[in-house]
Design a protein around this ligand. Structure first.
Ligand SMILES: O=C([O-])CC(=O)C(=O)O
Ligand SMILES: [Mg+2]
Length: 224
């Protein structure tokens, strides 16, 4: 009989809360341009946002049995991260399962397959990020691993890593890097606030971004 894991270490909830204050793009940049999932994985609605420990699960394409098992064993605040073979032609999750997630206080769902019932998902406000929207139903047949590292959107996500999603996309932060990601994200927000203040004060992009030296080194001459 295959054995399925449900246990893993979760990150400090206070740090997860702090990370949620930063956008996915900011965190990705702050990590040295790492951790971004493929841009094909997007929220069902721009207003949807999530940040929480990944509860990972692998499903066969067009089969959602392990996703349902994951919902049963995930803890409040967890984000279900489903790797299902980048298969767009399946609606593996919808408003019925979303209500199960909401009742358990889960933090959201990210999947590299499709979802359906999007109008109801928007009304429910449960954050769902997917590769596609598809009405095609799934079977419940193939068992597989849970709470193990999975590949999604070109990145490895491990159980207990933190996933942050917003209108722009999803980024993963390694559990052990969480404190550093928060610190560097705040540094970046501070730096960007400085750039914006300089632009509003009428400074040039070339000056603020320090481009003069780069352009000169590349031999670019600009006629004014
Ligand atoms: O029933 C399913 O397998 C997926 C779905 O549409 C729902 O959760 O509402
Ligand atoms: Mg449905």
């Amino acid at each position: 009989m295959p054995h399925v894991n449900t246990k893993f270490d979760r990150p400090d909830p206070a740090l997860v809360e702090r990370l949620s204050e930063y956008s996915s793009a900011t965190i990705h940049e702050a990590q040295g341009r790492l951790g971004a999932l493929s841009s094909t994985i997007k929220p069902v609605d721009d207003a949807m946002s999530l940040c929480g420990p990944a509860f990972t699960v692998r499903c066969a394409p067009r089969d959602n049995i392990m996703l349902q098992v994951a919902i049963a064993y995930a803890r409040p605040g967890d984000v279900i991260v489903v790797s299902a073979g980048e298969y767009a032609e399946a609606g593996s999750f919808g408003d019925v399962l979303a209500n199960a997630c909401v009742a358990k206080g889960l933090g959201g769902l990210i999947t590299d397959t499709g979802v359906r019932d999007t109008r109801e998902l928007r009304e429910l406000g449960f954050p769902v990020f997917s590769l596609s929207v598809s009405i095609k139903g799934t079977v419940k047949e193939t068992v597989g691993p849970m709470a193990e590292p999975v590949m999604i959107g070109g990145e490895i996500v491990r159980p207990g890593d933190v996933v942050r999603g917003d209108a722009d996309g999803v980024v993963v932060v390694r559990r052990e890097d969480l404190g550093e990601a928060v610190r560097r994200s705040q540094e970046r927000v501070d730096a960007e606030a400085g750039y914006i203040a300089a632009y509003r004060a009428g400074k040039s992009v070339i000056e603020v971004s320090g481009l003069a030296a780069v352009l000169e080194a590349k031999g670019l001459l600009i006629d004014e």
